[in-house]
Design a protein. Structure first.
Lengths: 166, 450
């Protein structure tokens, strides 16, 4: 049985306490974010069932939410996920070329993960960085004004971070 | 140079933190408002003429006055920070660089509406801004502007930040409330409106970030003074996020007295089109509003100068006008393909449809497929009429406005750039070329200093 660490459990409790008595289901989205951070970047069924037990709701109530929102990963992803925006304003500033360049650099297609499990490439819809296009989301941060050199730097940065942590 | 009321202090070092913000006049509106009766605050907002800055432009004071106040039932204020309309990134700017302005506006508004538990629902991707807002909230609490018995008024208020998880639809107020309750973001049928039955079935007001921030200058200067800024019913200042093919993309505060032409070519704002290119088209208010060709952008069909106001941008209706919308100003230069741009928007709406209503769920998918065929040289001439027919059958036939928002960009693209769609069908091998020389471009011109 999987569980949150003591710290995460405290954080979960702090979130649940925001809501009036009997409305603890409102904590579902924040708790799924916590679970995804804690359990390797994606949500499997045991993780979702665990959240259901914390909130005292049925597992199906968690599944229907987790499948609705695009930020919850329902299958494993690489250590670093490149989420490149492809909507109109980014397209006007060259996001098509950036996506092609990343595909070629990482030798993967959109939706795939590199064989070493290091990178996943996803395309996403507008992230609210239109004035700083083209851009991608990487973890909790936005990487903006992308060009080929910047993409190279980001790939290098991710690799060296991984090397340090191993 | 126009008046700035919201982001004028952004350049001040440390304005993100309470002490600096306070030193520069921050939280004065709370001190003033707490000496007023809540109903009088609502009255000031009504007088100001403030209109919702999220996109619909509904008068804020009127929305506030609809809030039901049954005895013994809690009321809620929810701040809509789910900014997701393509082309729009103004709320992010405001929250990131001057977070206390929003918190200050929330304290005043919570007091006016009687909300002791106020939520900021922020799009999940703005993860780092959650930290900024939570820090600002903590600072405000430590300085007595949040928590119990604020400024000895007897009024208690807590503000909580809740992250969404990647769903455009949650910017629609009832979908937002569903999401805040821990459910899928399926919009509710209205009525009942949130003002009567909102969060957890309690009376609720949902307002955009910029709207709630504007409450601060309104209280400080008075509703009448605020209403003097701007033209007609476009009162006060508006944040415009400008992007696409312009020299100076970014967030600008305008006082709704300038022309669209000045906004595009002034070096104080967009700074013109890069590389001496011509302007081809513009979507002035976020991806949902109709695209305008250059000849209708600077002048209305009546030949009047088009201004950056709610009324002037909408002049001519959807035949020859557009909308202020969320203020997401997207500029396309002569090398851009309207079909391809419309395809990315159609894909966006297909991805973001919640799937509740069949016209939207099915129609957005069909529109994307047909546009994809046309863009990639597999289109037929009657596909253009089919697209027109589909968008017409989505509009007005769905629970929430996402259906309309998906239909309008397709309709406007066909209305104003039909020749470009036809060109794709007739020239399948060259269909991905960008510059057709068909559109009525605005000639390149000098950037003007203001």
């Amino acid at each position: 049985m999987i569980t949150f660490s003591e710290n995460k459990l405290k954080e979960a409790q702090r979130i649940i306490n925001r809501y009036p008595q009997g409305k603890q289901k409102s904590a579902l989205l924040p708790l799924l974010h916590l679970a995804q951070d804690e359990f390797g970047g994606w949500l499997d069924v045991p993780a979702m069932d665990y959240i259901a037990s914390l909130l005292n709701i049925e597992p199906i109530e968690v599944y229907e939410v987790a499948t609705f929102y695009s930020m919850y990963n329902l299958k494993p992803v690489g250590r670093h996920v490149f989420e490149v925006c492809q909507t109109g304003p980014c397209m006007l500033r060259g996001s098509d070329q950036i996506i092609d360049y990343i595909k070629q650099r990482l030798q993967i297609n959109v939706g795939e993960t590199t064989p070493d499990g290091m990178f996943t490439l996803k395309t996403v819809e507008c992230l609210g960085a239109c004035g700083y296009a083209p851009m991608m989301q990487l973890g909790k941060t936005f990487r903006e004004h992308l060009n080929e050199e910047k993409v190279d730097q980001i790939i290098e940065e991710c690799r060296s971070k991984a090397a340090r942590n191993n | 140079m126009g008046k700035k009321l919201l982001i004028d202090r952004v350049g001040i070092e440390g304005i993100r933190y309470f002490d600096t913000y306070r030193k520069h006049g921050g939280y004065a509106s709370v001190e003033k408002a707490f000496k007023m009766a809540p109903a009088d605050i609502v009255e000031e907002i009504k007088k100001s003429g403030l209109r919702g800055r999220g996109g619909a432009g509904f008068p804020t004071g009127m929305k506030w006055s609809f809030l039901a106040k049954p005895e013994g039932v809690p009321r809620y204020l929810v701040c809509n920070a789910d900014e997701s309309e393509p082309g729009t990134f103004k709320d992010r700017y405001l929250m990131e660089f001057i977070p206390h302005l929003l918190i200050e506006g929330l304290v005043v508004s919570s007091f006016a509406l009687g909300s002791n538990r106020t939520f900021i629902y922020i799009r999940g991707e703005y993860a780092w801004i959650v930290d900024i807002l939570e820090q600002a909230i903590e600072e405000a609490r430590q300085n007595g502007f949040l928590g119990n018995n604020i400024l000895n008024s007897g009024f208690d208020c807590e503000i909580y930040v809740q992250r969404g998880a990647g769903a455009y639809i949650c910017g629609e107020e009832t979908a937002l409330l569903e999401s805040l309750e821990g459910k899928r973001g399926n919009p509710r049928i209205k009525p009942p409106f949130p003002a009567v039955k909102g969060l957890w079935d309690s009376p609720t007001v949902v307002n955009n970030v910029e709207t709630l921030a504007a409450v601060v200058p309104i209280i400080n200067m008075g509703g009448d003074a605020y209403s003097q800024i701007g033209i007609g019913k476009s009162t006060g200042t508006k944040l415009i996020s400008a992007c696409g093919n312009i020299n100076r993309p970014g967030v600008y505060e305008i006082d709704m007295t300038i022309s669209v032409e000045e906004f595009v070519y002034s070096d104080e704002y967009c700074g013109g089109i890069p590389n001496g290119k011509k302007l081809k088209a513009c979507i002035p208010g976020g991806s949902s509003v109709p695209i305008l060709p250059a000849n209708l952008l600077f002048k209305t069909a009546k030949g009047e100068k088009r201004m950056m106001t709610y009324e002037s941008l909408a002049d001519g209706g959807f035949q020859t006008g557009s909308m202020m919308g969320s203020g997401g100003f997207i500029v396309l230069d002569e090398d851009q393909c309207v079909v391809r741009h419309t395809l990315t928007l159609a894909r966006f709406y297909r991805h973001e449809s919640c799937g509740q209503c069949s016209p939207c769920r099915e129609g957005t998918g069909w529109m994307e497929k047909i546009l994809n065929n046309i863009e990639y040289g597999r289109g037929k001439m009657n596909d253009i009429d089919l697209l027109w027919d589909i968008q017409r059958r989505i509009e007005g036939n769905t629970i929430c406005p996402l259906g309309d928002a998906a239909a309008w960009p397709v309709a406007a693209a066909i209305r104003h750039f039909r020749d470009e769609f036809e060109w794709h069908v007739l020239n399948p091998e060259e269909s991905q070329k960008r510059n057709y020389g068909l559109a009525n471009y605005a000639e390149p011109r000098e950037v003007v200093a203001s």
